[in-house]
Design a binder for this molecule. Structure first.
Ligand SMILES: Nc1ncnc2c1ncn2[C@@H]1O[C@H](COP(=O)(O)OP(=O)(O)OP(=O)(O)O)[C@@H](O)[C@H]1O
Length: 324
């Protein structure tokens, strides 16, 4: 069984971010809600992992846990096998560049603030960072309100790069942007990731966007990873019924929040397989869906694996009764 962490093989690689059986609970032990539930996921060094799933599936919460904005209630998050140092090597870029930049600070000051202590020639370094995100150095004297949404997101990226990160977590970074600039920001992120050999966890509900940048894909549903693997494999041969739904919706240009079935409610997650109330596959292969109703499928974490009792059911209907 190959874990994504083994993909690169080399032991001395840096920038490998690993979520190891991570859970996050909001609202206290008794009455709280577990919105991330036992997630195991690796962002291999220098690779891009796309994390998809509908709104509320826990993607942002997982990301926030990686940068210390929320505390996991279980499991651990490690960078190259050690607890993630703060601040520094793991940087997050958020959906809304308006709220992530201080409106009272010039662009240059915002970026300079994120530079490591002891950085020499701070002005020159800010200019270099602006250049890296395709902005002229004279923008440094301007304020966020003087920039377009796309330009502000470039500044947010420059600010993240200022900290000399090994890993960038990009959470819906193109969703709030005008459609006309989404492509250029996406290209920029992809180019920077490759050029600087960054590890990138790229979060989006939009599969069309994610497939464009990702080496690996992870699909999240109600706090759990339901499928993960090399992007090409997952896209060519999706194993989980939810992944297939997402792909079909993306192919038809349908927003994922219009998928059929009961909306997922993290406060009352279904028993067994969390997807079972919406699943089109269980009833096809089994007279009753007892196993789907009663038993959570084994988690993912393998080279290409889906957490479904009938993972290959759509492509091989004769697997009825299989419980793997
Ligand atoms: N600070 C919080 N306190 C309580 N519940 C929260 C908090 N933040 C998020 N949640 C809940 O946790 C669940 C997961 O939210 P999260 O934002 O991680 O999902 P997501 O997949 O990123 O969705 P979206 O794309 O809409 O942000 C949701 O039900 C949300 O309402």
């Amino acid at each position: 069984m190959t874990d994504l962490s083994e993909v690169d093989g080399a032991a001395d690689v840096t920038g490998e971010l690993r979520f190891d059986d991570v859970s996050v609970r909001y609202g206290g032990r008794r009455r709280g809600t577990t919105v991330v539930d036992g997630v195991t996921l690796t962002v291999p060094s220098g690779a891009t992992v796309g994390l998809v799933g509908e709104s509320g599936s826990g993607k942002s919460t997982l990301a926030r846990a990686a940068v210390g904005l929320v505390e996991p209630s279980g499991g651990r998050i490690v960078l190259d096998g050690k607890p993630v140092p703060r601040p520094g090597p793991v940087q997050m870029v958020f959906q809304d560049p308006y709220s992530s930049l201080d409106p009272r600070m010039t662009i240059g000051a915002s970026i300079a603030e994120a530079l490591p202590r002891g950085q020499r020639d701070r002005r020159g370094e800010v200019a270099r960072l602006l250049e890296q995100v395709d902005l002229p150095a004279d923008r440094a004297g301007q304020y966020p309100a003087q920039l377009s949404g796309g330009q502000r997101q470039r500044v947010a990226l420059a600010r993240a790069l200022a900290a000399r990160p090994e890993v960038i977590i990009a959470d819906e970074i193109t969703s709030a942007l005008d459609v006309s600039v989404q492509g250029t920001v996406l290209n920029l992120v992809r180019d920077l990731q490759r050029r600087m050999r960054l590890s990138l966890l790229f979060i989006s509900h939009d599969l069309a966007v994610v497939r464009y940048v990702s080496d690996f894909l992870a699909v999240m549903y109600l706090g759990r990873i339901v499928e993960q693997g090399p992007a090409a494999d997952v896209l060519r041969d999706p194993q989980h019924p939810y992944t297939r739904e997402l792909l079909a919706a993306a192919g038809a240009g349908v927003p994922d929040d219009t998928l059929e079935g009961e909306p997922a409610d993290p406060q009352h997650p279904p028993s067994g397989c969390r997807f079972h109330p919406r699943c089109p596959v269980g009833p096809l292969v089994l007279d009753d869906r007892e196993i789907c109703h009663d038993t959570a499928p084994a988690g993912t974490g393998h080279r290409h694996h889906a957490a479904c009792h009938f993972a290959t059911a759509a492509s091989a209907p004769d697997t009825a009764g299989r419980t793997g």
